[in-house]
Ligand binder design. Sequence first.
Ligand SMILES: [Fe+2]
Length: 139
Amino acid sequence: MKRRGFIQVSTLGAASSILVPKTVLASSTSMAGGLYYTKESPGRWNKKVGGHLPEISVAKGKSGTTIEVKTAHGMTGYEHYIVKHIALNDKYEFINEKMFDPMKDKAAISQFSLGDYTGRIHVLSVCNKHDSWLASSEI
Ligand SMILES: [Fe+2]
């Protein structure tokens, strides 16, 4: 391959690797059950849904909307625990995250202030053994 052709192919590859993941995550369910899991697509962890799927509760107040996220998972030290909750907007863009310390946090519960945000909200709950689980709610 000539140098110019190589550079064009390399540039195209780099551009597609930047653009594709966000597009695929947002528009395809084929990654559900593979890269991350949902209630409907628990993949290889189909017996682990109850302890890993994040539950989202929405509270609206004078200062805006707050969500509370709870994962009904044990926090048994660093051996097995929920590492973090990640809040994403309707475009799967990062809003905020809460890291857990299994030596201090007895439950995987987090709160996120969303201000005047409206629309769909997504939350990832990440287990150190059973990967990432996605749940969504309308605000
Ligand atoms: Fe787990």
